[in-house]
Design a protein around this ligand. Structure first.
Ligand code: AMP
Ligand code: ZN
Length: 479
């Protein structure tokens, strides 16, 4: 069955089809963090959502090239660099490292490419030059370069593909220099900002003099450099629709004359304790704050995935405690299955149920897939998981599960969990990359590639972890 996703571009749920119709390759760009502070759990909702999309596409057999940029120069960062009297890199490296550590703690698969804006200045300048050559961008007296919405529209291009805009309110030639502005402030936006004293040492040479890029052009330049002028999927939180994504489309399509992105996906915001997150309300949490309260990345991941991605939902500390209970239910059930499968601790490669022919559909995977195919209906997918847990517990209690049936159930669970990414209880304390190695070893063993599985075991050992194949399945132990 095909996957359907809501495309912000068409404002409708559409069958997902990559541009290369015959292939299974998907180019996916997720707007990454602006590294001026630690990412908060609202940000994490969006990044975990991106990870869910990637995992599900991979589960469906697509070969995903996942790109997530690091915005390491823009207005907010420069302000903080000035306030902290540091250099740009000294300032951003701390938050960038923390971001990728947190990404791993939340079991997110590492994007394949993570370009930094400051390393793409050449591409950014070249893109602006193209827009100037096409008459869509212009230089102002102070040396800055702006995107002309009037000229862009004059070429027959549409500004306002993701959001409805009121052009009657617009006064041509009015400019906005800030990276962030409201729809009502519709105006020409900055591509290159000329150097001002407040920028300190943050500037680069350009054909228009010293300055720095605007935020929006950074993502156009990085995404097209890595994925090509046109690609399949672009993702971000709903606040990025305007101006960021609208401007990305205008810059990219204005420069290349080709359609930029086929499917746009936007995640709704997270509310915390019923309100918009803010430091003064005391409801502003980073992952580190939650770790300080004793919650694991695994628990936070679970708590960030209860609701449909297009619906806001309310994150509470009670909900996080509920996540712990729910995970314990799953862990207990999986533990029972492992014990039952004890004579054969490695799940069978073929998913089959007791009494059913090998390869016959299993109800967990079927219901789970049917739910996620419908625009990633995650709450329905969880319902399938918890019905399965209830049914499995009942069958275990009735002694109705043979070892092969338990193995088949475990194999189905592993498949589903490759999308949910909640790992396993025993593995939860190991860092994500160690858990990933353990998973790779399991996969090698299932494929009877014992040479590879031994290699991975040695690699784990070199990193300070041993695998113990207990009757309840493989366990990681720190040496
Ligand atoms: P930033 O680092 O500010 O550029 O934001 C990173 C991502 O987090 C973007 O995709 C934002 O849309 C998203 N985001 C920001 N606030 C929230 C929130 N409260 N809930 C969900 N996503 C958010
Ligand atoms: Zn972006």
């Amino acid at each position: 069955m095909g996957l359907k996703l809501f495309n912000t571009l068409s404002r409708s749920v559409q069958e997902f089809a990559p541009r290369a119709a015959a292939g299974k390759k998907v180019g996916m760009y997720c707007c990454g963090p602006t590294v001026y502070d630690f990412a908060h759990i609202g940000n994490w909702r969006t990044f975990v959502f991106g990870d869910l999309v990637r995992r599900y596409l991979e589960f469906k057999g697509y070969e995903v090239r996942h790109v997530m940029n690091v915005t390491d120069v823009e207005d907010k960062i420069i302000k903080r660099v000035r306030e902290t009297k540091t250099t740009l890199r000294e300032f951003t490296v701390k938050f960038e490292t923390a971001f990728f550590d947190d990404l791993k703690s939340l079991h997110c698969r590492m994007p394949h490419v993570t370009p930094r804006a400051t390393e793409f200045i050449g591409e950014i300048v070249a893109l602006i030059e193209k827009l100037i050559a096409r008459g869509i961008a212009y230089q102002t007296a102070d040396g800055s370069v702006y995107f002309s919405i009037e000229k862009y529209r004059g070429c027959g291009c549409t500004y306002g593909q993701l959001v409805k805009l009121n052009f009657d309110e617009m006064r041509p030639g009015v400019r906005v220099a800030a990276d962030e502005y409201e729809k009502e402030a519709l105006a020409d936006f900055a591509l290159w900002k000329t150097r001002v004293p407040e920028d300190g040492d943050v500037f680069w040479p350009s054909p228009w003099g010293e300055g720095r890029p605007g935020w929006h052009i950074e993502c156009s330049a990085m995404s097209m450099k890595v994925l090509g002028n046109s690609f399949d999927l672009h993702l971000g939180g709903e606040d990025l629709k305007f101006p960021h994504h609208e401007d990305e489309i205008a810059q990219s399509e204005g420069a290349t004359g080709q359609p930029f992105v086929k499917h746009w996906l936007h995640g709704a915001h997270l509310l915390v304790e019923g309100k918009k997150m803010s430091k003064s309300l005391g409801n502003f949490f980073t992952l580190r704050d939650l770790a300080g309260k004793g919650f694991t990345g695994r628990e936070v991941r679970y708590a960030l995935l209860p609701a449909h991605y297009r619906e806001t939902f309310n994150f509470t500390l009670d909900g996080l405690t509920g996540a712990r209970t729910a995970l314990a239910r799953i862990d207990e059930c999986v533990g029972k299955l492992r014990a039952l499968a004890a004579p054969h601790p490695v799940p069978a490669p073929v998913v089959s149920r007791a009494g059913s022919a090998p390869g016959a559909p299993d109800p967990l995977t079927d219901r789970f897939t049917a739910a996620l195919d419908e625009d990633l209906n995650i709450s329905s997918a969880w319902a399938a998981v918890f019905d399965w847990v209830r049914d499995t517990n009942k069958r275990v209690a009735e002694n109705a599960l043979s070892a092969p049936a338990a193995m088949a159930a475990l194999a189905a669970w592993e498949k589903v969990n490759s999308v949910l990414g909640i790992g396993a209880a025993a593995e939860a304390e190991a860092p994500a990359e160690i858990v990933a190695l353990l998973e790779a070893r399991q996969a090698a063993r299932q494929a009877k590639d014992f040479k590879r599985s031994d290699q991975i075991r040695d690699e784990l050992k070199a990193q300070g972890w041993v695998v113990e194949d207990s009757p309840k399945g493989p366990k990681l132990k720190k040496i």
